[in-house]
Write a protein that binds this ligand. Structure first.
Ligand code: PLP
Length: 416
């Protein structure tokens, strides 16, 4: 019998043209030009299976969850609850009960700040963030520190947009109770060394919250292997609907946290004198939730799973390299954030032009990029800037679209 020949595992490439057919919004003209959508870090587009899942809820299963015994409510509840399992699989969580449905990353961070925070922080305690955070992972901690008397510290970034790890080693110490940091920077695209920072925090007995708003769309996530305590992301950056997102937390932490908002669905028993509360995750999901949004999130993660996260990552990496090489050809384009490990997010300025003008001129060519401070003013301050233009790519973008961006930039620069 002959030995079975050894084969390297292969992943068949993403069929991007087929993928693009799933995204109706891609197929339109803007200012008379075919749309090139490069604002995916702000919000991604929505594929047909997600639109159908949302429509299916509104047209067939339209009822409230967790309350009705009638068929429609049962169906809505089953679809809503099923998303928890899909999210748990997506994050490699130990159990679906660790998944809390919230409005998005912002609410997830605020939930932890409002519930875990006051019970664990006081004068002399410290919360450590970084200079590359989105405002959603800065302001809640500022308010919490003001309320509790704790101190907020920030790990600075270097000229390439990477955390300065010596500073992290200096700042994370015995007073640190929580480290809250981004998996990937939204303004620069840097993939942050979260494993190192988690190890520093754990050595001091501190908890770690990872803002995964930009990590979850691009990187495989295994919350158990990461060793973080909380992980947050937003559905709308992952091909899902707006107004839905996830707080994942280790179950024993969630179990020890008091309620967030109070009302229906989060209680066990209510008398006029006092109430008892559900176990997590329902303890944190007061009131009628965003049922359609949660169902849409489940459909989005299922869609990504079916396309294959590995296949998506391989395609994105190839497109990333192509875009980096093409953008490097553009004279007067100054990249902002040049770390070696990045997702395909390109922040830049154009010598002699305000980023807002660059944004308007690109829009006139049908090209959607983001301009401004990207809700990361401390990042802008680190580079001595008030704004950049940012092109952020998704797996449904193509080399042709990158070429269109580069051509348009040449044109814009010619107009200056
Ligand atoms: N954190 C990061 C890194 C982000 O990029 C964003 C959104 O851009 C947020 C938090 C806030 O997300 P949301 O507005 O969906 O709550």
């Amino acid at each position: 019998m002959s030995a079975t020949p050894h084969r390297e595992p292969t992943v068949s490439p993403l069929d991007v043209e087929a993928v693009r057919r799933d995204f109706p919004a891609l197929h339109q003209e803007v200012h008379g030009k075919p749309l090139v959508y490069l604002d995916n870090a702000a919000s991604s587009l929505t594929p047909t299976p997600v639109l159908e899942a949302i429509e299916g809820f509104y047209t067939r299963d339209r009822a409230n969850v967790h309350r009705g015994i009638h068929e429609l409510s049962q169906r809505a509840t089953a679809a809503y609850d099923a998303t928890r399992e899909v999210v748990a699989r997506f994050l490699h969580a130990a159990r679906p009960e660790e998944v809390v449905h919230v409005r998005g990353t912002t609410e997830a961070i605020n939930l932890v700040a409002a519930t875990w925070g006051p019970a664990h922080l006081g004068p002399g305690d410290e919360v450590v963030i970084t200079q590359s955070e989105h405002h959603a992972n800065i302001v809640p901690w500022q308010l919490l520190c003001e309320r509790t008397g704790a101190t907020l510290r920030a790990i600075p970034i270097d000229a390439t947009g990477q955390w300065i790890l010596e500073e992290a080693r200096r700042l994370i110490g015995p007073r640190t109770k929580l480290v809250a940091c981004g998996h990937v920077s939204n303004a620069l695209g840097t993939i942050n060394p979260v494993a190192e920072v988690i190890a520093l925090a754990k050595a001091q007995g501190a908890l770690v919250l990872l803002d995964g708003a930009q990590g979850a769309p691009h990187l495989p996530i295994d919350v158990q292997a990461l060793g973080a305590d909380f992980y947050c992301f937003s559905a709308h950056k992952l091909c899902g609907p707006t107004g839905a997102g996830v707080l994942w937390g280790r179950y024993e932490l969630l179990e020890a946290m008091p309620p967030y908002q109070a009302g229906g669905d989060m209680i066990e028993q209510v008398t006029l004198e006092r109430s008892t509360f559900q176990a997590p995750p329902l303890r944190f999901e007061a009131g009628t939730p965003n049922i359609a949004g949660v169902i849409g999130l489940g459909a989005a993660l299922t869609y990504l799973e079916e396309l294959g996260r590995e296949r998506i990552a391989a395609y994105e990496e190839e497109l990333h390299q192509y875009a980096a090489a093409r953008l490097a050809e553009v004279d007067r384009l100054i990249p902002v954030g040049t770390a070696p490990a990045k997702v395909p997010v390109f922040s830049f300025t154009v010598d002699g032009a305000h980023p807002t003008d660059v944004g308007y001129l690109l829009d006139s060519q049908g090209i959607a990029v983001r301009t401004g401070h990207h809700c990361a003013q401390p990042v802008m301050a680190a580079f001595g800037l008030s704004a950049t233009a940012r092109a952020s790519l998704a797996f449904y973008n193509t080399r042709d679209e990158v070429d269109r961006l580069v051509e348009a930039l040449h044109k814009v620069i010619g107009w200056l």
